[in-house]
Design a protein around this ligand. Structure first.
Ligand code: FES
Length: 105
């Protein structure tokens, strides 16, 4: 595996949609904030944050997912980035309050 943590942040912008998409909210700012923390910590060889298209959890947006854990986060604000980075990315402790809970089928 190339990265120990790979963060995909939805920056999708839906044209002509009634609901707000992640990109219209602040998806790109989230990408920038994660990238800055990664560079500041000097761990860019091991951790990557990048833009993604729609993650299919639009009603929870702004959304992101952290792999290889497969943990989806929703309603992520810029103020949440430091906590997500410190807890999940650096210390492997997913942040429950922002986690999207999927119903098992
Ligand atoms: S627009 Fe972001 S998850 Fe669909």
């Amino acid at each position: 595996m190339k990265y120990s943590k790979h963060i995909f942040i939805c920056t999708n912008q839906r044209a002509n949609s009634d609901s707000k998409s992640c990109g219209e909210a602040h998806g790109l700012e989230l990408v920038k904030a994660f990238k800055k923390l990664i560079v500041d910590a000097g761990i860019q060889v091991d951790v990557r944050a990048q833009k993604s298209g729609c993650l299919d959890v639009c009603s929870h947006g702004p959304a992101l997912v952290v792999y290889p854990d497969g943990v989806f986060y929703g309603q992520v604000g810029l103020a949440d980035v430091e906590e997500l980075f410190h807890e999940h990315i650096l210390n492997n402790r997913p942040v429950d309050r922002l986690r999207i809970k999927f119903e098992k089928k």
